[in-house]
Design a protein around this ligand. Sequence first.
Ligand code: SF4
Length: 589
Amino acid sequence: MLEPILERYSRNPFHLMQILRETQERLDFIPKWAVDYLAEALSLTRAHIQSVIDFYAFFYDSPRGKYRILFSDNVTDRMQGNTALLSRMLSKFSLSPGQVSTDGLVSIDTASCTGMCDQGPALLVNNYAVTKLSSQRIDFICELIKTRTPLVEWPAKFFNVEDNILRKDVLLSTEMMNGQALQRAMELGPQEMLAEMKTSGFRGRGGAGFTTGVKWEACRNAPGETRYVICNADEGEPGTFKDRVLLSSFAERVFEGMTIAGYVIGASKGLLYLRAEYRFLLEKLQAKLETRRKAMLLGKNILGEKGFDFDIEIHMGAGAYVCGEETALIESLEGKPGRPRIRPPFPVTNGYLGQPTVVNNVETLAKATLIAQNGGAWYRGLGTKLSTGTKLLSISGDCDRPGIYEYSFGVRISKILEDCGARNAMAVQVGGAAGTCLARHEFGRKIAFEDVSTSGALMVFGSNRDMFEVARNFSHFFKHESCGFCTPCRVGTTLLCKILDKIADGKGTGYEMNELSRLHQLLKNSSHCGLGQTASSPVFDTMQKFRPSYDRRLKQKDFEPAFDLDAALAPAREIMERDDADAHLGNEL
Ligand code: SF4
């Protein structure tokens, strides 16, 4: 039963993620016998395969429901009422979150942000997104499940994912024939194309803002047999959905950007790492790759140039936010749990399979086509001196017109809020949960690497929102997504959530506020990767800028224990028929 899958992936253990995904699609979950079989066939240990299954949220080693429902549980989904809709569906099947119905028909749970914040609340059913949930839509879905209606017979509009492009600039408005930018790059030659990239001052759009031309050059010059181009489409930052739109409607540009990168650095293989939540795009993207192969835009001797061979494979992720970090993503592509590597060495010299590798974001690669087509000097004329070009923003939350907006760098937050119809904004979270929280007095600031830097998310919070709860939601997200590799992040994110939950319960004091500040420093300074280093930023920002939302929950006492020692010891004292009056914590205070 698993042989065709193994054959398709040439029994290559580096393809373990894809083999597990297809195994699960065939069997609904990954049973123990399949783990044994794959371990034997791939010459891997069972422990390794199990560790991969355990690491990723979308792999299951026990049966789920025939219909696997996962409600998107980002803060904007909550603002749009997902909690009530989740409860409504759970009660219709008499289930608790995470439970499977006794007849095996349905399981219902939550997932981190599914990238549908502009059309939420949303859920995934068997990995396919259903958007714009309402009570009526939930009731209809429950009926479809109860009548065991196959997904292909569900109303097509349920699965409609809109682009919602509401402002276009050079990337989204420029018409380009397939192959046009690649042809231009090939006329220039790899060295000259690289020079254009450097002239443009173009910086990567994934968040870190490293200069793309410098990255490509470092990879091109690194010693190694084989080079790789990786497109990071693991868009997991809460509030971000621009890559979804680019891959949905501008995939040719992304593939062409990958091919140009391959041409410059001398790679013959590209890998697109697609997040599991975007499973619905897979067949469409594969069809586009096939069309490009037929048009000689991929494959051997591209556009007739002898020796220029380059092709692209799509690899699916399996639900792990940390895989957005480039070295974690490479680990995942190599069939391992997605834990960030120790750097240096960097991927440009020691990346995929230890070879020189360029890892770029979807938007970065799409924009490389503009530089090939129009030149680096033209691109440098857009935006600001230190942040050239344009930026795509995914705008969601309390505004009339959520969607995709493209602006030149340097645009002010106030202008963005006006354009998206955010009339009553109290706060803006720029850059997702790991980003920066801005209060009203900061709305004159600009989107740019030198001011407010962002990977692309912009969430608006109206004056009726509770910023303490926003920070608490983000903290639980980070705790859930911590890969557990390093202690400061593994323990720190858990402690952060415990303290915030204690404050939410009305048991917080000044002591907890001091602890939050202390944990922020610890996480920022001691964590191994960006996840841990930024996990407490939302808490720190909101403590500075929205302090009343914390203060009104605090008790006046200096300290309130979170753990009730007397209650915990009571059953043992009863069994032993013993009591020790002096040991009661209350007596000591
Ligand atoms: Fe993993 Fe967190 Fe450490 Fe990053 S900081 S390596 S996510 S435990």
